[in-house]
Design a protein around this ligand. Sequence first.
Ligand code: ACO
Length: 365
Amino acid sequence: MVRKKIVRRAGIVSVGKYMPPNVVTNFDLEKIVDTSDEWIRERTGIIERHMVKNGEKQSDLALIASREALARAGWSPKDLDMIIVGTVTPDHIFPSSANLLAGKLGAIGAPSYDVLAACSGFLYSLWQGVVAIESGRADRVLVVGSEIMSTLINWEDRSTCVLFGDGAGVVLLKAVDAPYGIHDMEIGSDGRFYDLLHMKAGGSAYPATHETVEKRMHTLYMEGSEVFKLAVRKMTEISESLLERNRIRPEQLGCFIAHQANIRIIDSTTKRLRLKPNQVYNNIDKYGNTTSATIPTCLYEAEEQGMIKKGDWVLLISFGAGLTWGGILMKWAVDRLPKTEEVAVDTVSDVLSTKLRPGGDWANQ
Ligand code: ACO
């Protein structure tokens, strides 16, 4: 990919997160499929995951996380120039979840769209937000990873139904002063392997019919062990290439966050990179694989726990369906963010009752 000289650098200046409160443990899954807590923990690192139960939509999870990030930064939704949502589980095929999120937030007029890159959805979205700021086309961008993966699960397939969870994480981007912000990034894909991990029906190739429903073609299918090997190889390769070309040694990294698909994939990658456990943040044990939400929720928690401080090198790496991959290297740009309890954030019920089209805007004039 062509690398151009950057006029100004973008940085992450706030983060937000929302996990639906309903927790599903491995023991709960033992009652549904032929599996065990021991197998799931040892083979994946997952102990529990959160899944929606009260009718929350994917755009609602995104909305709650977005409101938190905006409040922590002291921004109004009206400040936003652009809203990008990485997701494979939008509320509807169209319009995009980003359109709904913008409407619910009151960010009227801001361009908003979804990015479909599966587990790389957040890094692809972040890449676009960064490019918009670097080019001067946008000053303030909201980037979201939000998923309700529980709607894509085949509850008769034990090899996939234990892996996924629901949740949302968001970041706010703006131009920051040197030496902070995003120094380098890389995204890529190889569609020859699309069938290793896909949902066959629901698009124009196989629109919904009785047959597609009966054959469970609206659920996720994965050849796990093939994806596993490719994930380790690619995540190691991108990490090494980003570190080497920016002359950063692995031991200089303050925080390494990889897409949370399987703890054994992450451990194999970090071992190859010779990273120490205190340089790596994971939350797969609590949330499972939340697809595009894994990286922003890890970032949120690593910052909250004081693991990421201003000036630290942070490396984000993803790999998933497509196949798609990405890596983003940054020097963390902000001092500790205010804790959520120190800023006014709407309650979950306020957010869920948000009405679209409250009136008084351009459409009513
Ligand atoms: N409980 C008990 N046994 C199970 C379960 C389960 N939940 N699932 C599979 N098994 C069994 C299999 O049937 C098989 O049994 P057999 O040997 O008798 O045939 C055995 O366990 C081993 O199966 P594998 O599929 O080889 O197990 P593996 O160790 O590869 O783990 C897993 C499977 C967890 C899916 C792993 O391959 C993986 O994590 N793959 C990569 C996932 C990934 O990175 N995805 C990309 C991102 S997701 C996205 O983009 C949306």
